[in-house]
Design a protein around this ligand. Structure first.
Ligand code: PLP
Length: 385
């Protein structure tokens, strides 16, 4: 049976060159970077190189890159690192952030405003500005959404915050979760006026269990974990050297992504579905979305049933973010677009990547329409049923 992967937003396979560069750090170069001997120094050197690679990609200084065990840890560090010690802090975020931002905020003492994203899945800059008040210490808006791929106006928000900060005593820090954006969007932190930016290894053809937080020079974070002094005491614990090497190497190879080709194949899927499956609709803005994201709703069909039926044909897709799909409640992201519960339940996320071929797209477009038709017939909602 064919095996076709359309779930690149959940995770990506490791790039072969990245894999080759990582393997020695599990074997002969296994040293602890804190050790003074050659084994340790080799490991330290490889981490320095990875830090340089990440810093170069972000237009940052190596001193501004903190390696973490995941993007989740990086987001937690950004949020609690800023909030700790602040009196009655106020935070602005969006309703469609990843749980790795929403949950830390929910578990903090901060007062949080969740901005609406309207039908197109995009926050309005004026809404951000309207919510800013004296107690605002942090604005955290993701660069690109993991479920619907919509792109947020990060550069515009960054510019406005920079202007506002010039007139304020207590600075507002601007954090963006760029995990899904890194593959396709410019991430120069000075261009974007970002103070804190999160990335993850396993979404960019690198290893799982590694991430990084860019922390702008001068932004003082309180630690959220306590131990030895690794990563300036902000991410203590013996470093995941193979993971870090892999992250640096993956970032360096981002230019391998063929954005034009990915966009072309994405459009072929969207148009193919809209033309051939009645009662289908696209979720999120058609233009301002990641080149690799398709998120569609199908009337009268459960997303989970679609995932299972497609899986039987060897096609891997998802109903929402991999983390959210463990729960059967409808996606909060789709509900935030104003979709009904029924429509949100009938949604499918198809995400493409570096290795997606036109043949795979054609296979999906051949298999999907009869599956939708059959599931509608079973549920009594089909055109013939
Ligand atoms: N942020 C976004 C936007 C994501 O898509 C994900 C993963 O799904 C995460 C954070 C969490 O990343 P990690 O698995 O590295 O913790």
């Amino acid at each position: 049976m064919k095996k076709v992967y359309f779930d690149y937003a959940a995770t990506t396979p490791i790039d072969k060159e990245v894999e080759r560069e990582v393997l020695p750090y599990f074997k002969e170069s296994f040293g602890n970077p804190s050790s003074l001997h050659t084994f340790g120094q080799e490991a330290l050197f490889s981490m320095d190189r990875a830090r340089e690679e990440v810093a170069r990609f972000l237009g940052a200084n190596e001193r501004e890159v903190i390696f973490t065990s995941s993007a989740t840890q990086a987001n937690n560090l950004a949020i609690f690192g800023i909030l700790q010690g602040k009196e009655k802090p106020h935070v602005i975020t969006s309703a469609i952030e990843h749980k790795a931002v929403l949950e830390p905020l929910k578990n903090s003492e901060a007062e949080v405003d969740h901005l609406p994203v309207y039908e197109n899945g995009i926050v309005k800059v004026e809404d951000v500005l309207e919510k800013i008040k004296e107690e605002t210490v942090l604005i955290s808006i993701m660069y690109a959404n993991s479920e619907i791929g919509t792109l947020q106006p990060i550069k515009e928000i960054g510019e406005k915050i920079k202007e506002i900060n010039k007139k304020r005593k207590n600075k507002i820090f601007f954090h963006t979760d760029a995990v899904q954006a890194v593959n396709y969007l410019p991430c120069d932190v000075s261009e974007l006026n970002i103070d804190l930016l999160t990335i993850s290894g396993h979404k960019i053809y690198g290893p799982k269990g590694v991430g990084a937080l860019f922390v702008k020079e001068g932004a003082k974070l309180s630690p959220i974990l306590f131990g030895a002094s690794q990563e300036k005491k902000l991410s203590p614990g013996t470093e995941n050297v193979p993971g870090i090497v892999g992250l640096g190497s993956a970032v360096e190879k981002l230019k391998k992504n063929d954005i034009g080709q990915t966009k072309k194949l994405r459009n072929k899927i969207i148009d193919g579905i809209l033309e051939n499956i009645p009662g289908s609709s696209l979720n999120g803005d058609r233009e301002k979305r990641l080149p690799n994201n398709v998120n569609m709703s199908f009337e009268g069909v459960e997303g989970e049933s679609l995932v299972i039926a497609l899986d039987r044909e060897g096609i891997a897709v998802s109903t929402g973010s991999a983390c959210a799909s463990h729960s059967l409640s409808p996606s909060y992201v789709l509900l935030a677009l104003g979709l009904s519960h029924e429509k949100a339940h009938g949604s499918l996320r198809i995400t493409l990547g570096r290795y997606t071929t036109e043949e795979e797209v054609d296979y999906l477009l051949e298999k999907l329409p009869p599956i939708v038709e059959r599931l509608r017939e079973i549920s009594g909602k089909g055109s013939k049923g």
